[in-house]
Design a protein around this ligand. Structure first.
Ligand code: FAD
Length: 405
């Protein structure tokens, strides 16, 4: 009898977790598992702000997919998914196609630019290893060039970060640690550097505990960040941004570096493949399947999972993507064994920690508020735990963060 074939698209937190959980739950004779990812490596998306600021080498944030999967059970295809043909049960790849009985879509998200003019053309994103390398090298180039030019261009040392959510704040934390090093390396006066964080919402880190937010703001301000809250970026240009508060005249901020960190939407393949979606994210059933598509699961940043208590979607996080990966694998194993009663996904939110640089952070873990060194230590525990969950102790020891202050 032909074995059912499970195809997992994306080897990020959700997809890789599905693969490594499934390889433990099902035998090689029961199922064929195929994992498709555009690179032969997995990257820790939650560490990309470090690679982008240049405080962590980009090779530290990635590892080989083949090193963590059981190659007897999971076939890995390095390719880019282009479109899902639901009726034909196949996925079109850049270099071929793959058919499936069950499909897991775990392709992550893409920056949401809300149609703001010029962002796609001129702003940097913290999206993957290559975008992080590009941003880090661009920053270095600005400092190096500033020093070499006879006529000094102050905007080379002006950096705008759009968005004061998780990604923006974590990046600012790393950036403010990196700037003194860059000034030292390129003989630039620290006082000439200008870092502006522009946020359209009335607060930074919406949803976070207010005391902790205050702490984060004062720490970052102390290191030179100016916050423009309740201020929307209206346009990004080749020389900076145009931004303004409601009912006020927009201002121009000249900056050679604009980083857009203010929003995420689902992978564009979702809409291209005809799934009903909101900002590219599919509202999935409680068993993580797509309504009306019993053989397709969507997890991670490309899915919307509703928190029934507040009737709003859970925020897109690695924590949820990994838990969904585990639940999805158990549900696939159940389907393969002929069961129809699938597990309901229940997120187990242990807490949230937002880093403010290598040595500082804020967080709420198991209901307890943390700040400073303790929160930073907890952040490292969280980072190491995710490595352990996917690749066990060996991966954690190879890639983990163990520098304690
Ligand atoms: P991803 O982990 O992004 O993986 C998607 C995978 O799909 C990638 O390997 C990608 O290469 C691959 N892929 C994409 N398109 C294709 C294609 N067409 N074909 C083949 N492969 C493709 N969350 C937290 O919980 N805690 C944090 O502290 C935290 N910090 C963050 C900091 C930053 C700077 C950022 C950017 C995000 C942070 N997040 C954090 C959010 C978290 O990273 C995401 O929610 C998480 O990565 C989502 O997991 P995923 O599996 O859906 O997608």
């Amino acid at each position: 009898m032909r074995k059912p074939k499970v195809v997992i698209l994306g080897a990020g937190y959700g997809g890789l977790m599905t693969a490594v959980t499934m390889q433990k739950l099902v035998g090689v004779n029961d199922v064929e598992i195929v994992l498709v990812n555009k690179n032969d490596y997995h990257y820790e998306t939650t560490w990309l702000h470090e690679a982008s600021a240049g405080t962590l080498h980009h090779d530290r944030v990635r590892y080989e997919i083949r090193d963590v999967i059981d190659r007897n059970k999971v076939e890995f295809i390095q390719d880019t998914a282009v479109e899902i043909k639901k009726e034909e049960k196949k996925v079109i790849l850049e270099n071929g196609e793959v058919d499936y009985d069950y499909l897991v879509v775990a392709l992550g998200g893409e920056p949401e630019t809300f149609g703001i003019k010029g962002l796609k053309e001129y702003a940097f994103g913290i999206v993957n290893v290559n975008s992080s390398r590009q941003l880090r090298e661009h920053l270095e180039y600005q400092f190096a060039t500033y020093n070499m030019e006879e006529e000094k261009k102050e905007e080379r040392l002006s950096i705008v970060v759009g968005g004061a959510g998780f990604t923006g704040i974590e990046f600012l934390g790393e950036l403010t640690n990196r700037i003194p090093e860059l000034c030292h390396e390129y003989d630039v006066d620290f006082n000439k550097v200008k870092i502006t964080c522009v946020e359209a919402a009335p607060t930074i880190l919406p949803g976070f505990d207010e005391d902790l937010v205050q702490y984060a703001v004062s720490q970052l301000e102390r290191k030179g960040v100016e916050f423009l809250i309740g201020t929307a970026i209206k346009e990004c240009t080749s020389v900076g941004i145009i931004a303004g508060k409601k009912d006020e005249e927009p201002i121009e901020i000249k900056a050679a570096t604009v980083v857009w960190a203010a929003g995420i939407r689902g992978n564009s393949i979702i809409e291209k493949s005809g799934f009903e979606a909101m900002r590219g994210r599919v509202k999935v059933q409680t068993d993580l399947r797509v309504p009306g598509q019993d053989n397709i699961f969507i997890i991670g940043d490309s899915s919307l999972f509703i928190n029934e208590e507040i009737n709003r979607p859970y925020p897109p996080t690695a924590q949820i993507a990994m838990q969904q990966g585990q639940c999805c694998a158990r549900n696939l194993a159940a389907l393969i064994k002929g069961k129809t009663d699938l597990e309901v996904f229940k997120p187990n939110i242990k807490g949230t920690v937002c880093s403010l640089g290598e040595d500082d952070a804020i967080g709420v873990v198991y209901g307890k508020k943390l700040r400073g060194g303790k929160a930073s230590l907890m952040k490292k525990v969280v980072d190491n735990r995710s490595l352990f969950m996917i690749g066990g102790a060996s991966l954690m020891l190879k890639k983990g963060k163990f520098k304690v202050f």
